[in-house]
Design a protein around this ligand. Structure first.
Ligand SMILES: Nc1nc2c(ncn2[C@@H]2O[C@H](COP(=O)(O)OP(=O)(O)OP(=O)(O)O)[C@@H](O)[C@H]2O)c(=O)[nH]1
Length: 355
């Protein structure tokens, strides 16, 4: 039996529209929940899946949720494609229960790790009120949803995909990325068009219209800083996800991407870094982590496509050593060259950074 999403649902253009759509979905959701429950007596922990391409804003949303005043004990499962889980380091101080799933994707290479992590939460003495799973930026949320739908201890609440609004049309047209971003959008119950602060109103309207033309059954809601009221995501009475929606297609290949971990010891000179990154290194999609700064301080470095930032980190966020994860297109991104370029940005380096 399948539960089809009604194609005539009002499109959620703003958060107000979303509230209206939410009530319509509530009915569908409750029906889905009935289908989803295998036994009326068993405890089902609601799980929300956060998907979306590298750098779209998933960790920002998770942090918003974990610091919200909803009174729920949330367990966070944080999947990072890289060998070092930078995202987990960025959320750990906000939640007691953060489980790291690193070095691969929960939709394929480390799916077994996901099942184990979920089971450990479901069978713990004090199960959480809700689980939020941040999938890696290269994960197919439909496969992750499959894993959750077939776990007796869970109710799949919703799949929320974030997209980087200024970049999404380019990503959707990119020969190596389009299949993945398309899958991430079509698997979602709700698509958050994030980073609207970087767009004019007209440009945002055009991007949304273009996406709605292409993805006719998706619901796009523009947001800034991944800000969405927690109840839209955590209300266990209103699961949005349904059986039948998550048809798996041909697997997305992790081999499209490569990743590496860089350790920098000497402080970085911000001017040199600016020069180096004035032209984005070819094939680099995402870099994030911690860079040493002058006066024994550490900065959080975030790079998404052509945009980057380096901001002082709060001391409670710091890992034992400054570490940076980079993710790029295999065959195009030169990790060793990126490493050399960053080292040339160290204070006192005699090499000149490119750019
Ligand atoms: N300007 C702007 N920046 C944002 C917004 N939301 C998130 N960011 C920034 O975008 C960068 C990436 O955000 P994350 O939340 O780490 O993205 P992510 O999807 O978790 O990234 P991965 O886990 O690496 O795939 C960070 O520097 C954020 O501060 C927004 O609405 N506007």
């Amino acid at each position: 039996m399948t539960l089809e999403r009604d194609k005539t649902l009002p499109r959620a253009g703003t958060l107000e529209d979303l509230a209206e759509t939410w009530h319509t979905l509530l009915g569908l959701g409750q029906a889905a929940q009935m289908l989803n429950s295998r036994s009326s007596t068993a405890v089902h922990i609601p799980i929300t899946i956060l998907g979306g391409f590298l750098g779209a804003g998933k960790t920002t949303l998770l942090n918003n949720l974990l610091s919200g005043e909803h009174g729920l004990r949330i367990a966070a499962l944080v999947n990072d494609f890289g060998a070092v889980n930078i995202d987990a380091a960025l959320v750990k101080h906000r939640a007691e229960n953060v489980i790291e799933l690193s070095n691969g994707c929960v939709c394929c290479s480390i799916a077994g790790g996901l099942t184990e992590a979920i089971d450990s939460l479901v069978h713990s003495k004090t199960p959480p009120d809700a689980i939020v799973l941040e999938a890696s930026g290269v994960a197919d949320p439909a496969s992750v949803a499959h894993t959750c739908l077939f776990n007796d201890g869970l109710t799949l609440n919703s799949v929320i995909t974030l997209v980087d609004a200024p970049q999404i049309l380019a990503q959707a047209a990119h020969p190596d990325l389009s299949a993945l971003v398309e899958r991430q959008i079509t698997a979602a119950d709700l698509v958050l068009l994030n980073k609207t602060d970087l767009l004019s109103k007209d440009r945002l309207r055009d991007i949304k219209a273009e996406l709605e033309k292409r993805f006719t059954s998706a619901h796009f809601v523009p947001v800034k800083n991944a800000n969405i009221p927690a109840e839209f995501m955590l209300d266990a009475r209103a699961p949005m996800s349904s059986f039948g929606k998550f048809q798996s297609g041909s697997p997305i290949s992790e081999a499209t991407f490569c990743t590496g971990v860089l350790h920098l010891d000497a402080p970085i000179d911000a001017d040199r870094l600016r020069n180096f990154l004035a032209i984005a290194p070819d094939g680099l999609l995402r870099a994030k982590g911690f860079l040493p700064l002058a006066k024994q301080t550490t900065g959080i470095f975030q790079l998404v496509g052509q945009r980057w930032s380096l901001r002082p980190a709060q001391p409670d966020l710091l890992p034992a050593e400054p570490v940076l994860v980079a993710i790029g297109l295999r065959g195009r991104f030169d990790l060793a060259g990126f490493d050399r370029g960053l080292r040339a940005c160290e204070v006192g380096s005699r090499d000149m950074p490119d750019g």
